[in-house]
Design a binder for this molecule. Structure first.
Ligand code: FAD
Length: 404
C-alpha cells in the first residue's frame, strides 16, 4: 500500500507544477497533483485555428534582455520554441480614428491592463523586450518541461506518473490541525498532511471549492479585494491581406468613441507567414460582453470596425477564434491585477497559508503577478514556505502590517 501523500497540489498550471517540482526536489516526493481539466498547462494553452497552432492564453515571454534572465526565456530557448520579437515602438504611429475617437493606449496591450504598479518590476528586472511564441508544440511546452524534470514519462515522453491525476476537480478542502481531506467532483476522497491550492484568484472568488472550516475573514477579504482581469485575444483569418505589412507595421490602433471597442490590432505576418491572420484584443467589460454573444455577432462587429479602417471592399474573415476564459469555471478570467490601494499587506494575506492549506498561483507572486514567470516563481516560493514548515517546523508566516 502506498503511503498517503504528504502534499496534495490542486491544479497543474505553471505554478502548481513548479510548486510540486520544488517539493520533490526538497525530498517531499509523496505528492499528488489533482487537475480539474484533461491536461496540464492551465492558462498556457495552444489550439488549432484554421490549420495553425495559436495560443488561447499566454503568448509572450515578457521581460527579456535585462540584467537578470527571465527563467521562462531560458526554458523557451532550451526547448527551442520559435519566438518573434514584438515591436511596440511604432504602435502610436498607426492609429485609425473613428468619429471623436481619442487615443488612450500608448503601451503594449497587456501592459495597459497590468499597469497598477509603476514601474513594473518584470521590465526593470528582466528587460523591456517582448517575444511572441508561435510554435506548433505550444507555449505550454514550458510547463511540460518543468513537469518532466520530476514526473516519470514513457518512451514517447508522455507523462505517466501516477502522482498526476487529470479530470479531478476539487470541490471540498477540509482542514484541521492534524491533516487535510480533499474531495473531488466525482466523489473521490484524498487525505494528506498539507494541500497547496493553485487555482486562480477568480476561482477562489467563486464557491467551486468549499473550504471547511470557512477560510478566515482576513483571507476572504484579501481574496475579494484582488481583481481578476479579462483579456480576450481574437484571432481572425482572411482570404488575403488588406493591411500594411513590413517593418514597424505589426501593431495598429483603432480609436473608437466607445472605450476599448476592438482597439488593439496585431498583424501576424511574421509569426504566420502567408496565413493572412490578424489578432485583435478586447479586455474586461468588452471581454464579458463578447464572451456572452455568439461569435457570429462578434465577427460582424469586427468586420464593421475593419471596414471603417480599410474601406468597404475588404473581404469577410473566413475563420474566427474567441477564447472564453471568463466563462470557464476553472479560470474565471485571465490574470490577477492589484487594485489601487492594495499593497504588500494584502499581498501577504493572499499568499499566507491558513493552517495546513497553502496557496500559490500567479496572484501570489510578489513582484510578477499576471505573468508566466510570476506563476513559475510563485510556485517555488510557496513550496519553500511549506517546506520550511514541514521540515523545520517553522510554520509562522509573517504578514506585513498595512503601510500608512
Ligand atoms: P493556472 O494556469 O490557472 O493554473 C491553475 C490550474 O488549476 C489550472 O490548470 C486549472 O484547470 C486548475 N484548477 C482550477 N480549479 C481547480 C479545482 N477546483 N480542482 C483542480 N484543479 C483546478 N503571461 C505572460 O507572461 N505573457 C503573456 O503574454 C500572457 N498572456 C496571457 C493571455 C491570456 C489570455 C491569459 C489567460 C493569460 C496570460 N498570461 C500571460 C498570464 C499567464 O498565463 C498566467 O499568469 C499563468 O499561466 C498562470 O499560471 P497559474 O499556475 O498561476 O494558474
Amino acid at each position: 500500500r502506498e503511503p498517503p501523500p504528504a502534499v496534495i497540489v490542486v491544479g497543474a498550471g505553471m505554478s502548481g507544477i513548479s510548486a510540486a517540482k520544488t517539493l520533490s526536489d526538497a525530498g517531499i516526493k509523496n505528492i499528488l497533483i489533482l487537475e480539474a481539466t484533461n491536461r496540464i498547462g492551465g492558462r498556457i494553452k495552444k489550439t488549432n485555428f484554421a490549420g495553425l497552432s495559436v495560443e488561447l492564453g499566454a503568448n509572450w515571454v515578457e521581460g527579456v534582455k535585462g540584467d537578470q534572465v527571465n527563467p521562462i526565456w531560458t526554458m523557451v530557448n532550451k526547448i527551442g520554441l520559435k519566438t518573434y520579437y514584438s515591436d511596440f515602438d511604432h504602435l502610436a504611429n498607426h492609429t485609425y480614428k473613428q468619429m471623436y475617437g481619442y487615443l488612450e493606449f500608448g503601451e503594449p496591450p497587456r501592459v495597459t491592463s497590468l499597469q497598477n504598479t509603476e514601474p513594473l518590476q518584470t521590465f526593470t528586472d528582466f528587460g523591456e523586450d517582448y517575444y511572441f511564441v508561435a510554435d506548433s508544440r505550444g507555449y505550454e511546452s514550458v510547463v511540460h518541461y518543468v513537469a518532466k524534470q520530476f514526473l516519470t514519462t514513457d518512451k514517447d515522453g508522455d507523462i505517466t506518473d501516477p502522482r498526476l491525476v487529470l479530470n479531478k476537480a476539487v470541490t471540498k478542502i477540509q482542514y484541521s490541525k492534524s491533516g487535510v481531506m480533499v474531495k473531488t467532483e466525482d466523489g473521490s476522497v484524498y487525505k494528506a498532511e498539507y494541500v497547496m491550492v493553485s487555482a486562480s484568484i477568480g476561482v477562489l472568488q467563486t464557491n467551486l471549492i468549499d473550504f471547511v472550516p470557512d477560510l478566515p475573514a482576513w483571507k476572504l477579504l484579501a481574496i475579494y479585494q484582488f481583481d481578476m482581469s479579462i483579456y480576450t485575444k481574437i484571432f481572425l483569418k482572411f482570404p488575403y491581406k488588406f493591411w500594411p505589412t513590413g517593418n514597424g507595421t505589426e501593431f495598429f490602433i483603432h480609436a473608437h468613441e466607445k472605450r476599448g471597442y476592438y482597439t488593439i490590432w496585431q498583424q501576424l505576418e511574421n509569426e504566420y507567414p502567408g496565413a493572412n491572420c490578424l489578432l485583435v484584443t478586447v479586455t474586461d467589460d468588452e471581454s464579458r460582453r463578447v464572451e456572452q454573444q455568439p461569435d457570429s455577432e462578434t465577427l460582424a462587429e469586427i468586420m464593421d470596425v475593419l471596414r471603417n479602417m480599410f474601406g468597404k471592399n475588404i473581404p469577410d474573415a473566413t475563420d474566427i477564434l474567441v477564447p472564453k476564459w471568463w466563462s470557464d469555471r476553472f479560470y474565471k478570467g485571465t490574470f490577477s491585477n492589484w487594485p489601487i490601494g492594495v499593497d504588500q499587506h494584502e499581498f501577504d494575506q493572499i499568499r499566507a497559508p491558513v493552517g495546513r492549506v497553502y496557496f500559490t498561483g500567479e496572484h501570489t507572486s510578489e513582484h510578477y503577478n499576471g505573468y508566466v514567470h510570476g506563476a513559475y516563481l510563485a510556485g517555488i516560493d510557496s513550496a519553500n514556505i511549506l517546506i520550511k514548515c514541514a521540515k523545520k517546523k517553522m510554520c509562522n508566516y509573517n504578514i506585513k502590517p498595512k503601510s500608512t
